[in-house]
Design a binder for this molecule. Structure first.
Ligand SMILES: Cc1cc2nc3c(=O)[nH]c(=O)nc-3n(C[C@H](O)[C@H](O)[C@H](O)COP(=O)(O)OP(=O)(O)OC[C@H]3O[C@@H](n4cnc5c(N)ncnc54)[C@H](O)[C@@H]3O)c2cc1C
Length: 549
């Protein structure tokens, strides 16, 4: 219902022509976004807990809404995300009174918020933060804090009604809620950005801004970085959904275009060299990422509040935003010269989605986060972790042989062996190798999720709110394509980096090659082309002959 109302609103208030105009004028549609957060649509209520007047949407609801927002425009989506991000420190760390006050106001007044963490010298490394919060003490009591410093790249920075600001108090990094009308607070000119030009991004200056003690989130200094960490599972899932929304928005335009565009006597949609390069692999990557996003959303909705699922959020963000970027880039190519012009929209999507691998943690920081966590699991389980996950997929394959679970298992076994060889040769001291591990782990886990999602689709067990684009047979073909490619990539990449850094002796190299299962992975490539054809048929709605079903 929410998605349908949003689509209706967007159709009348933010049609393509208006979005292109806003992009060209570098203008945020502030009033339209305020209306979206007003009684007419109330989209912001999805993010607000029920007890404070919202709809109390879970992670799954939030993912679906975020995808839909980004499908429309990642800039508009960012304007709404900033309110959600800005209020997150209060949700996870605020006192009951603070939560009631701020969420009550967001629900009723549709407050736009901003989240002020990044600084000119503190981006990926937030601990380097320089903004200070100095207590103002009178008669032995703290009667306020004086904030001094600068924030950089703050979404909604120039338009927000309230900002959460991370600053160093004597007890450590601490969040404060700041009213932008307070003396000493100022926002810089909106940044002239590559994309998401329908969003406002501004530097903030805090020059002796005085806040009352009640504005210290949670009432205790030094909790800021923990509170920021505690929301990553959830907020990174939102950005992952932006990757899916923008990637599919671009791909859908390319699919529609290719049905109509005739070259060399037939529509491009009939040309295998076109679809299997520019459309199908991107649909496969996006849907593998979606499988992981949906699993993470389900786990966040089930998890106790003290299980933030940071690594899962990082994997979801990494897979979906990288896939979204690649899909949007391919969509320009798929539209040829038209793709390169503003009018057809895909070049704007390409510019817009670019930010998703940068904000809320860059892709490189995601690789590091994933690698460190999964490395610990490898060590703790004495190398069993991914072999055990592979065994689960082998069991799934026995029950449902059509979803590529056996290929995903090959990828996971290979990953476990790459990790073990890295341990033996102490290779994770090379940062590049550690980050490649992060990449491989994300790909392997995405692939495994794709097999499980296809299996659930086959038995009709997908969550009710799961995105319904592809039928079960299409999802199974997607899962097989993703798993074959991932297995090859991990075995090939693992060999490259282990041997490339440790220069294994011949005998040891042969042992490693055997452990990777390369021959089995190569044999698993049989049927790869037919599966690309099957995904293509599913995307274009072409009937599959009964004999091949
Ligand atoms: C449009 C936009 C909106 C934003 N909105 C907000 C917002 O609302 N609130 C907010 O607080 N922030 C916001 N940000 C900031 C964003 O989160 C940061 O830009 C991001 O975290 C990266 O920080 P940085 O720009 O300082 O880059 P850096 O951290 O300097 O990184 C530069 C490059 O180095 C890489 N790198 C960094 N550290 C390492 C390392 N240890 N090892 C290897 N490679 C490394 C990075 O991956 C990146 O490729 C926004 C940014 C943009 C562009």
């Amino acid at each position: 219902m929410i998605l349908a109302s949003f689509r209706d609103f967007a159709k009348s208030e933010l049609p393509d022509a208006r979005l292109l105009e806003l992009d060209a004028r570098d203008e945020m549609p502030v009033e339209t976004i305020r209306r979206m957060c007003g009684p007419e649509l109330g989209i912001h209520l999805v993010f607000v807990p029920e007890e404070h007047g919202g709809m109390g949407g879970g992670a799954f609801d939030v993912y679906r809404v975020c995808e839909e927002l980004a499908r429309l425009d990642v800039g508009v989506a960012t304007g709404l995300l900033a309110t959600c991000l800005g209020s997150e420190p209060i949700r996870v760390g605020g006192t009951p009174a603070q939560r009631a006050y701020w969420f009550g106001r967001i629900a009723e007044e549709g407050l736009l918020m901003a989240y002020g963490a990044t600084e000119p010298g503190a981006g990926s490394d937030l601990a380097a933060l320089r903004t200070t919060a100095t207590p103002i003490v009178e008669a032995g009591c703290t009667v306020g804090y004086r904030l001094q410093g600068n924030k950089q790249w703050i979404s909604n920075g120039g338009v927000a009604d309230a900002c959460t600001i991370l600053a160093n108090a004597p007890g450590g990094p601490t969040w404060f809620v700041v009213d932008p009308h307070t003396p000493g607070f100022s926002a810089g000119r909106p940044e002239d950005k590559h994309g998401i030009r329908a969003s406002n991004t501004a530097a903030l200056s805090l020059d002796g801004v005085i806040v009352e003690p009640e504005r210290l989130v949670g009432g205790v200094e030094g909790q800021g970085l923990l509170q920021a960490q505690a929301v990553f599972g959830y907020t990174r899932l939102m950005v992952a959904a932006f990757g899916l929304g923008a990637g599919w928005a671009a791909l859908d335009r390319a699919i529609a275009y290719s049905r109509e565009r005739v070259q060399a006597g037939a529509p491009l949609s009939e040309k295998q060299g076109y679809t299997h390069k520019l459309i199908v692999p991107h649909a496969v990557r996006l849907e593998a990422a979606r499988a992981f996003v949906e699993e993470t959303a389900e786990r966040l909705d089930e998890a106790a509040a003290d299980e933030p699922k940071n690594t899962e959020g990082a994997i979801a963000k990494y897979l979906a935003t990288e896939a979204g970027n690649a899909a949007a880039d391919a969509a320009i190519q798929a539209l040829g010269g038209y793709g390169y012009t503003r009018e057809y929209g895909v070049e704007k999507i390409r510019r817009d989605v670019r930010v998703t691998t940068i904000y809320e943690g860059t892709s490189e920081i995601m690789e590091m986060t994933i690698a460190r966590d999964r490395w610990q699991l490898h060590l703790k389980t004495r190398g069993r972790h991914y072999h055990d996950r592979a065994a689960e997929l082998e069991a799934l394959h026995a029950a449902q042989p059509e979803v590529g679970a056996q290929f995903a298992a090959l990828a996971l076994h290979a990953l476990a062996e790459v990790m073990e060889h890295m341990r033996v040769h102490r290779l994770t001291r090379h940062q590049h190798l550690l980050m490649r591990l992060g990449e491989f782990a994300a790909l392997a886990e995405g692939t495994a999720a794709a097999a499980r999602r296809a299996a659930r689709a086959t038995t009709g067990d997908l969550p009710e709110k799961s995105e319904p684009r592809l039928p079960a047979a299409g999802l199974a073909a997607v899962a097989r394509c993703a798993a074959r490619e991932t297995a090859l990539r991990i075995a090939g990449g693992g060999l490259r980096w282990v041997h490339g850094s440790a220069s294994l002796a011949d005998a040891e190299l042969r042992v490693f090659e055997a452990a990777l299962g390369l021959p089995a992975i190569q044999r698993a490539q049989a049927g790869a082309l037919a599966d690309l054809d099957a995904v293509s048929d599913a995307l274009y709605g072409r009937a599959v002959p009964a004999a091949e079903r």
